[in-house]
Ligand binder design. Structure first.
Ligand code: PRP
Length: 180
């Protein structure tokens, strides 16, 4: 059986994870949040832009009250296989002190965004935070990066789709594709 591919410029990507599997992971995360945050009114922090599709699949399964603060952590310029340093945090509008916060990431790549955000949340004296990521490049990140919930370990793969891009292309794809 041939594996479906997707072309962006001269780069070829091949199917890695199908949408029904991704949706199942989203449901699993929602179930964990339902169990652990029942009486905590957590603040959800989806990290833009990449997490929008995953986050949209988590929400319908949540049965508890929550608040939302979309956040954009921006890196320098466009990138492909390596992560630039996070430079600015836009959109932390809610008062997070003493609150239970749940970060929802599409991917932990170098771990720089994780470190940046974790430090920010500690500085802001949140009561607790749960760092969740659909994908983690475990081969890239050091042991001190403690992701509390992970969907898939993708090694060093560069991926697009399900919200994630290569030079802003490919975000619309329902499945996740890996660079060949
Ligand atoms: C991606 C992704 C994570 C971050 C992870 O965002 O959404 O937030 O990179 O990389 P790191 O572990 O190396 O810090 P990106 O900056 O590409 O922005 P985007 O989601 O808008 O594409």
């Amino acid at each position: 059986m041939t594996v479906p591919t997707y072309q962006i410029g001269d780069k070829t990507f091949r199917l890695l994870i199908k949408n029904d599997v991704l949706k199942q992971k989203a449901k699993e995360l929602a179930e964990r949040i339902n169990q652990e945050y029942k009486d905590k009114n957590p603040i959800l922090l989806p990290i833009l832009t990449g997490s929008f599709m995953f986050f949209a699949d988590v929400l319908p399964h949540l049965t508890i009250p929550y608040e939302i603060n979309f956040v954009k952590v921006s890196s320098y310029g466009m990138r492909m296989t390596s992560s630039a340093a996070p430079r600015a945090l836009m959109g932390l509008l809610l008062h997070l002190e003493n609150r239970h916060v749940i970060v929802v990431e599409d991917i932990v790549d170098s771990g720089k965004t994780y470190q940046f955000l974790s430090n920010k949340l500690k500085e802001m004296k949140v009561q607790s935070y749960l760092y969740t990521a659909l994908l983690v490049k475990k081969e890239n990140v050091s042991d001190e990066i403690a992701i509390d919930w992970m969907g898939f370990d993708i090694g060093k793969a560069f991926v697009v789709g399900y919200g994630m891009d290569y030079q802003e292309k490919g975000r619309h794809l329902k499945d996740i594709y890996q660079l060949v």
